[in-house]
Ligand binder design. Structure first.
Ligand SMILES: NC(=O)c1ccc[n+]([C@@H]2O[C@H](COP(=O)([O-])OP(=O)(O)OC[C@H]3O[C@@H](n4cnc5c(N)ncnc54)[C@H](O)[C@@H]3O)[C@@H](O)[C@H]2O)c1
Length: 265
């Protein structure tokens, strides 16, 4: 029960990693506001957490709306009395090569992944400042750290969010608010299911030392840690949860050490 008595808001928590984080936060004793542009999905997750004995409620939030962003923080306070933890998780991915990208593709990615996180993060921080205490976790991406094919729009939005994490951490530290980011690598969710064809999967597995995709629970475990008291001196960091992807350089067998082989798909 590492989050006993805490109140958390998570955007895009109607499915995927957001849902996994919500379930973990609730298991660790937090009251959780499930928010998503898909209200039915959000309600289903909240109902299932309550059925399991946890505290949760749901609200429809489109992160690109300033009104919704404020409504999310207000809902947490009205429903559970305060706001301790906010996760900017909602995200979309357009995968097109640079020459095929349209202005609309760029705008969708930047609006939801970067401007949306800014709006919801700002609303959450304004609430947390009142009690001079809080945690904000931004879900960025390995695609915002490396120049992968077809990641021009998505990667740019996540690189922007990584930088915003650093500025937030510096400016909000004075108010007792820690801001950090989690950068997932390839994780098995509806998003990767949609965008990763067999060739993409093989390309990923070749580059990941652990030779596997992660699962949403592994992102949730990292989020519980960053939201817990154990992380109180961690501020402005980007925690990669990526099976070693960012760190890896050349991987081949040498000097009697067998490099792990990419699995055959
Ligand atoms: N799956 C991966 O491999 C991977 C890797 C790196 C980073 N990420 C990031 O992790 C986060 C979660 O990814 P996921 O794979 O669980 O995605 P997902 O597509 O399974 O879930 C995303 C959720 O966000 C919601 N959403 C979309 N637009 C929204 C909006 N405007 N307002 C509010 N909610 C909105 C969707 O309805 C959905 O429930 C995203 O930010 C994504 O970019 C995912």
């Amino acid at each position: 029960m590492r989050l006993e008595g805490k109140v958390a808001t998570i955007t895009g928590s109607g499915r995927g990693m957001g849902e996994a984080m919500a379930r973990s936060f609730a298991r660790h004793g937090a009251s959780v506001v499930i928010s998503d542009v898909d209200l039915e999905a959000a309600k289903a997750v909240a109902a299932s957490i309550v059925e399991d004995g946890g505290n949760a409620d749901a609200i429809r939030v489109d992160v690109t709306s300033e009104v919704d962003a404020k409504a999310l923080s207000d809902f947490a306070v009205d429903r559970f009395g305060k706001l301790d933890i906010h996760v900017n998780n909602a995200g979309v991915s357009v995968t097109k090569t640079f020459l095929d990208l349209t202005r609309e593709d760029m705008e969708i990615n930047l609006q939801i992944n970067l401007v949306g996180a800014f709006l919801c993060g700002q609303a959450a921080a304004r609430e947390m400042m009142k009690r001079r205490s809080g945690r904000i976790i931004n879900i960025t991406s390995l695609s915002g750290q490396r120049g992968g094919v077809a990641r021009g729009a998505y990667g740019s939005s996540k690189a922007g969010l990584e930088l915003l994490t650093k500025v937030m951490s510096v400016e909000l530290a004075a108010f007792g608010i820690n801001t950090n980011a989690i950068a997932p690598g390839a994780i098995e969710t509806a998003m990767s299911d949609k965008h990763h064809d067999p060739a993409t999967r093989e390309a990923y597995l070749y580059l990941i030392p652990q030779r596997r995709y992660g699962v949403p629970q592994e992102i949730a475990d990292a989020a519980v840690f960053l939201a817990s008291d154990e992380a109180k001196h961690i501020c402005g960091q980007v925690l990669n949860v990526d099976g070693g992807y960012l760190t890896a350089g050349l991987m081949y067998s040498a000097d009697g050490i067998e490099a792990p082989q990419p699995p055959r798909l």
